[in-house]
Design a protein around this ligand. Structure first.
Ligand SMILES: NC(=O)c1ccc[n+]([C@@H]2O[C@H](COP(=O)([O-])OP(=O)(O)OC[C@H]3O[C@@H](n4cnc5c(N)ncnc54)[C@H](OP(=O)(O)O)[C@@H]3O)[C@@H](O)[C@H]2O)c1
Length: 281
């Protein structure tokens, strides 16, 4: 068994790689820049060049692979049909695809099209439909928390059922290792509490010992500020889009597939903030 882990340098892929490595499953880490990955993550991983916008990298990345952890990176119209065609030719046994919670109601989202595309190749799959990542707080929300002690995101008063990407990685890894059991299954994965960003700010304040505020900007205020500090408009649109379901009250649903598959309770946000405390200080 050898598993290709895509999005290795991202919030989920690295955790998937670490989970599999810890249980001694051979993995190949797909990265756009092998030298940069090696410099950052060291020689303990095996790397291969994989750029989803460049089909010439697909054969090499799929060599001697029989399972794939697949994520969709930033970017539109990537040639995934070509990638999946090659995966089919190479008789890949299973693809675990990182999708989005409630995607079945969002035909305009690329994850919806990707799920359909994967099914159309008849490659056994598991779709891990993920809720909102806790790790967004130490990724694109980190700078404002660290420098201005505020969670600055246009999410209104809506609640979100935050999930720790370590839990997502665990369930994803288990579906790859015991693929027969999880063949053609769809798991909706969230944490077990729905919180708004005022709640998150208050837990951060307690854990960090620094007053963190959720300033609840309107979409207009958010866009204007982001433009002023020179953020890319495409990125700003993505952030607004990601938080729209929360603002509309659609992100609070709690799902129990993580517990069903792992037999464990998902990580709560206080534990996540304690574990990543150093990120914001
Ligand atoms: N954030 C959320 O709350 C949330 C919730 C549900 C689902 N999702 C989904 O999760 C996925 C993002 O996962 P993530 O947060 O783990 O990723 P991430 O932290 O945003 O990192 C992006 C990854 O994609 C890689 N990448 C970028 N362009 C690439 C390309 N052309 N070819 C191959 N790899 C490329 C990056 O590698 P480099 O080092 O080369 O840049 C990096 O490893 C998205 O599909 C998103 O829709 C996110």
């Amino acid at each position: 068994m050898k598993i290709l882990v895509t999005g290795f340098t991202g919030k989920v892929g690295l955790q998937v790689a670490n989970y599999l490595k810890d249980i001694d499953i051979p993995i190949l880490c797909g990265v756009r820049n092998v030298e940069r990955a090696r410099a950052k993550f060291g020689d303990i991983y095996e790397y291969v060049s994989l750029d989803f916008s460049d089909p010439t990298t697909f054969d090499g990345a799929l060599e001697n692979i029989d399972r794939i952890f697949l994520m969709y990176p930033p970017g539109e119209n990537l040639p995934f049909a070509t990638f999946l065609e090659k995966a089919k030719d190479k008789e890949i046994k299973h693809i675990t695809y990182l999708s989005l919670k409630d995607v079945q109601f969002m035909p305009f989202i690329h994850h919806y099209k990707m799920e359909k595309l994967i099914k159309s190749y008849n490659i056994p799959y598991t779709f891990v439909r993920a809720g909102y990542f806790m790790q967004n707080l130490n990724d694109f929300l980190c700078k404002e928390i660290k420098e201005r002690q505020r969670i600055f995101v246009p999410a209104g008063k809506g609640k979100t059922s935050f999930i720790d990407t370590r839990d997502l990685a665990e369930i994803s890894a288990l579906t790859l290792v015991n693929e027969g059991k999880h063949k053609n299954q769809i798991y909706a994965v969230t944490g077990n509490e729905a919180l708004d960003f005022f709640d998150v700010a208050s837990i951060m304040t307690e854990v960090l010992g620094v007053k963190i505020q959720y300033t609840n900007p309107s979409v207009k205020e958010f866009r204007e500020y982001m433009k002023k500090i020179g953020e890319d408009e495409g990125f700003v649109n993505v952030v607004v889009g990601v938080h729209m379901p929360t603002k509309l009250g659609l992100a609070k649903g709690i799902k129990h597939d993580y517990e069903k598959v792992t037999g464990k309770t998902p990580t709560n946000i206080r534990k996540y903030i304690e574990d990543f405390k150093e990120s914001w200080i």
